[in-house]
Design a binder for this molecule. Structure first.
Ligand code: RAM
Length: 343
């Protein structure tokens, strides 16, 4: 009887230890799963980013897990973060729908040993090791205001059509646009409204239509989102307004080529390579998981075909760090043909 009790106790302790080990990610073995959490589904930009992420993860022979929430909300992302953590992934790269709201979920992930970075749209410094930033936010703000200035002939009304009101990348760019507008050079340029299409095609279309109704003198729409700019260009084209209202912003060449033609709605726009943003995030996450980098300023690591990268102070000035990809690139009638089949 005594022996039986002892055997039972041993069996129970072993079972308990095995389940703890399993919860820690596959019997104590280090996980090889690298997760990318996008802003939302149905956005071709996010798909291109995922393509680059998968390319990087394949290079170091990891397993890429790519998630697209149904809605561009913090709630949807929190549910997916919790799921990924219970799956025991090694790292999560998140394009955040909210700067602060993901903090408790990401801190919990970090506590469980998951390495967390953001890309494209950052989370706050307390929630991330570092951020993979596509381009200098000041350069983006200046380029977009300069474009509005040029396309309006230097004076008149323009509006911004953004993504969600909580997206930290768009909010940082808009803040930089507003700072740029303080320059007396732009005194005759009037920003009448910042509208939010939530990176949803239909909402971006209806927000554009509302802008046309409310501001009949509008001369330009600046959309710092690939979903917004395509929707605005479509509305302006369909309503026969290409001669009165110009569209510019940040767009995917593949979606915008049809509007970037002689006499089209969008004379030029800006972007970077979204495939490279995802690719860089894959290699950055790997460097964190392998503890070759911790996310501190001055950390250097290899990022495959992008070569050696360095962690620097965040250009947003939020007190955290980032890995910066490059400058925004201008797309116009001369080069759109080359790029429309790439992304
Ligand atoms: C949309 C998304 C993304 C942003 C691009 C420019 O696809 O909002 O986060 O980086 O536009």
């Amino acid at each position: 009887m005594k022996n039986l009790k002892r055997v039972l106790a041993i069996v129970m302790v072993t079972a308990l230890s095995l389940s703890i080990l399993a919860a820690c990610g596959g019997g104590g073995k280090k996980s090889n799963d690298y997760a990318l959490l996008s802003k939302s589904t149905g956005n071709p930009y996010m798909e291109k980013q995922a393509e680059g992420f998968k390319e990087a993860v394949a290079e170091f022979e990891g397993n890429a897990i790519v998630k697209f929430p149904a809605n561009p909300t913090a709630e949807d992302q929190i549910a997916m973060i919790t799921e990924l953590v219970s799956q025991g992934v090694a790292g999560i790269a998140v394009a955040a729908n909210d700067y602060d709201a993901l903090e408790p979920a990401l801190k919990e992930a970090t506590k469980k040993g998951v390495k967390v970075i953001s890309l494209d749209s950052s989370v706050n410094p307390a929630s991330r090791l570092t951020h993979v930033n596509q381009a200098d936010p000041v350069a983006i703000g200046v380029s977009l205001v300069e474009a509005a200035f040029d396309l309006t002939g230097g004076s008149g009304q323009f509006a911004i059509l953004s993504a969600t009101s909580t997206a930290s990348n768009q909010n940082t760019w808009i803040e930089n646009m507003k700072k740029t507008l303080e320059d007396p050079k732009y005194a005759d340029l009037e920003l009448v409204k910042v509208a939010y299409g939530d990176d949803l095609r239909d909402k971006s279309v209806s927000e554009t239509e509302a802008l046309l109704q409310t501001y009949p003198d509008l001369k330009c729409i600046v959309a710092p989102t690939t979903v917004g700019i395509a929707a605005a260009a479509k509305v302006i084209t369909d309503n026969g307004l290409v001669d009165t209202i110009a569209v510019t912003g940040l767009g995917l060449p593949s979606e915008m080529a049809e509007y970037m033609v002689e006499g089209g709605a969008c004379p030029y726009m800006f972007l970077w390579n979204p495939i490279d943003v995802g690719y860089l995030a894959g290699h950055t996450l790997k460097a964190m998981v392998d503890e070759k980098a911790t996310g501190k300023v001055g950390d250097k690591f290899e990022a495959g075909r992008l070569g050696s990268m360095e962690v620097v102070d965040a250009t947003s000035g939020d007190g955290g760090t980032e890995v910066l990809l490059g400058d925004p690139f201008k797309f116009d009638l001369d080069n759109i043909g080359e790029w429309k089949s790439v992304y």
